[in-house]
Design a protein around this ligand. Structure first.
Ligand code: 5GP
Ligand code: MG
Ligand code: MG
Length: 185
């Protein structure tokens, strides 16, 4: 375990098992669609989750990235998020699955969903590895017959690892954990 980590919440094995189950569920729910589903990873945090989940989806899919940023630093994002790097693919009349690392306030997701909706997606689903419902303050609505997939419910703590950072560090940890208190200051 990394010396900066106080406690592991989900091991690499637990993450992999959960992703297999999510991938199987998505493959089942989206089978027999007329066109490939567009799987959109939210950079940077979702990069490992995206890489792992797409390999568990047994359907034709296309992959793209989008980036949303909120001004703020450390463990608190404040202000409305903006799309700072847009899609390459045309999603008009396509089914989209947004792949996120974590949903906290819901502000990022709400911004991303309205953006993708304005580009004409016929359905927008969300697949987030973690959901931290204790911090929700912005309501978001899925589009069309979009579904919500979640890997794990996250306790009300700031977590790092498996894509999730603190000031761009710790993304490469294979597990998700909580840092030692002194690292947050
Ligand atoms: P939102 O509050 O808009 O739902 O989440 C915004 C972003 O804040 C997430 O996509 C994620 O990048 C970051 N975030 C929220 N909670 C955590 C956390 O516990 N750990 C880390 N590393 N990032 C978080
Ligand atoms: Mg994110
Ligand atoms: Mg971050």
């Amino acid at each position: 375990m990394d010396a900066d980590i106080e406690r592991v919440l989900w091991t690499a094995e637990e993450i992999a098992d959960r992703i297999s189950a999510l991938g199987a569920q998505i493959s089942k729910d989206f089978r027999r669609l007329p066109s490939p589903v567009i799987v959109v990873g939210v950079a940077t945090g979702a990069f490992l989750f995206l890489a792992d989940i797409v390999r568990q989806i047994t359907l034709p899919i296309a992959v793209d990235f989008i980036r949303a940023e909120s001004y703020g630093s450390g463990t608190n994002a404040n202000g409305a998020p903006i799309i700072s790097c847009d899609l390459k693919l045309d999603i008009n009349e396509k089914h989209v699955i947004l792949v996120e690392d974590i949903v906290e306030s819901g502000a990022t997701l709400s911004c991303l969903i309205s953006h993708l909706k304005s580009k004409g997606a016929c359905s927008i689903s969300v697949c987030t590895l973690l959901d931290k419902p204790a911090r929700r303050r912005v309501h978001f609505e899925l589009v069309g017959d979009g579904k919500f997939y979640c890997g794990f419910e996250c306790p009300d703590e700031f977590v790092v690892g498996y894509g999730l950072d603190l000031a761009e560090l710790y993304r490469n940890l294979t597990y998700i954990g909580v840092l030692k208190p002194e690292k947050y200051n």
